[in-house]
Design a binder for this molecule. Structure first.
Ligand SMILES: C[S@@+](CC[C@H](N)C(=O)[O-])C[C@H]1O[C@@H](n2cnc3c(N)ncnc32)[C@H](O)[C@@H]1O
Length: 308
C-alpha cells in the first residue's frame, strides 16, 4: 500500500514538503539502512550456494560478478523474507512463486543509501565540482547515478544543482537493478526512516513516524529512473557526471575493474566520476583523482583544473 503523503505546497524555500531549506544543512549527517538488517554471517566453502545461484539465475543476474562473502551474508535474511526454513525450501518457493524473485533479490543487493551520504564528498561537489560545471556555459549537463538504489543520492545532487541555478540545463538519470527501489525513488516520498535515527530531533516539524517528505515536482519531475543491470548495460554517454558509489565494493575485482573502464569510457572528456569512500579507481582507467572519491577524465574541459 502506498504510504499517505502529507500534502502541502512547497514554496520557494522548501525542498521537501514539511522540510524547510534551512534544515538541509543537517541532512549530510544522516544516512539510511533501507533494506533488511544483515543476517548471520556465513562463509561459503566452495563458492556461491545453490540457492544463491538459482536466485541470481532466475533474476537474470550474473552471480560470478559478486563477491561470495557479500552474498553469503545475505542468504539467511533472504530465506527469512521468503518464509523458508532452509535453502531447499527457498528454492522450492522461488520455483513455485517466481513473482517473489524481485523481493528476494531486493533483500540480497543491499540498498543502503542516504541524502548527502558521505558529507565531505558532497561538500567537495558543492564547492569544487558545481563551480566547474557552471563554467560550461550554455551546455546541457548530463548526470547519471548508476546503482542509485532509492534515489536519495541523485536527489541530493539535484538539490545542489537547483541551488546553483543549473537544474534547468540538466538531464538526470538514475538506474538500478531493483524495481522496488526505483519505484520508491520515482514516488519521491521519503519516510522518517529514510533520513536516519536523528530525524525526530533534527526535524521537529516532522509530525510523526509516518511518511513526511515528498520531493517537490520541480525536482522529481526532472529525474528519470530506469531499471538496468549495470553489469551488462551502460547508459549511453557522454556524461558530465557519473555517480557510481558503494556498488563496486560488492563485486569481485575483475567485475569491478571492467565497470571502472566502461564507466570511464562513457564520461565526456573533462567529466567526473564520483565513487564511494572505499572505492578507488584503477590506474589504467585513465581518470585523474581530484579529491577523495572524485575523479575526472582528462580532456579540454579539465585544463583549468590541472592549471590550478
Ligand atoms: C549500497 S547501494 C548504493 C546506493 C547509492 N549509490 C549510494 O551510495 O548511496 C548499492 C546498489 O547497487 C545496486 N546494484 C547491485 N548490483 C546491481 C546491478 N548489477 N545493476 C544495477 N544495480 C545494481 C543495488 O540494487 C543497490 O541499490
Amino acid at each position: 500500500m502506498e504510504p499517505p503523503v502529507q500534502k502541502t505546497n512547497p514554496g520557494p524555500n522548501v525542498y521537501f514538503e514539511g522540510l524547510p531549506r534551512g534544515r538541509m544543512a543537517a541532512i549530510p549527517r544522516l544516512s539510511t539502512r533501507i533494506l533488511n538488517r544483515a543476517g548471520p554471517a556465513r562463509t561459503p566453502e566452495d563458492g556461491s550456494s545453490e540457492f544463491m545461484k538459482a536466485l541470481f539465475g532466475k533474476a537474470g543476474l550474473d552471480i560470478s560478478g559478486y563477491r561470495n562473502a557479500a552474498l553469503a551474508r545475505r542468504e539467511a535474511a533472504c530465506l527469512r523474507g521468503l518464509g523458508a526454513r532452509n535453502a531447499a525450501e527457498g528454492l522450492e518457493i522461488l520455483r513455485r512463486f517466481p513473482e517473489r524473485i524481485p523481493s528476494a533479490i531486493d533483500s540480497v543487493l543491499l540498498g543502503v543509501t542516504g541524502f548527502f551520504r558521505d558529507g565531505p564528498i558532497f561538500s567537495y561537489l558543492k564547492s569544487g565540482l558545481i563551480p566547474l560545471l557552471r563554467e560550461r556555459r550554455g551546455e546541457r549537463l548530463r548526470v547519471w547515478s548508476a546503482a542509485c538504489s532509492t534515489g536519495q543520492e541523485l536527489y541530493s545532487v539535484a538539490m545542489m544543482l537547483e541551488e546553483a541555478g543549473l537544474l534547468d540545463r540538466c538531464e538526470l538519470v538514475g538506474t538500478d537493478f531493483r524495481p522496488e527501489a526505483l519505484a520508491l525513488a520515482k514516488a519521491g516520498v521519503f519516510h522518517g526512516a529514510h533520513f536516519g535515527k536523528t530525524k525526530q530531533a533534527e526535524f521537529p516539524e516532522n509530525p510523526g513516524p509516518g511518511p513526511v517528505w515528498k520531493m517537490p515536482a520541480t525536482l522529481a519531475g526532472r529525474v528519470e529512473w530506469r531499471c538496468r543491470d549495470l553489469l551488462t548495460e551502460m547508459e549511453a554517454g557522454p556524461w558530465d557526471v557519473i555517480l557510481w558509489r558503494n556498488m563496486g565494493i560488492y563485486l569481485v575485482p575483475a567485475a569491478a575493474h571492467a565497470l571502472w573502464l566502461r564507466l570511464a569510457a562513457e564520461l565526456r572528456p573533462g567529466g567526473f566520476l564520483i565513487t564511494g569512500k572505499a572505492e578507488q579507481a584503477p590506474a589504467d582507467c585513465g581518470l585523474h583523482r581530484l579529491a577523495p572519491s572524485v575523479y575526472q577524465k582528462p580532456g579540454p574541459l579539465s585544463q583549468s583544473i590541472y592549471a590550478a
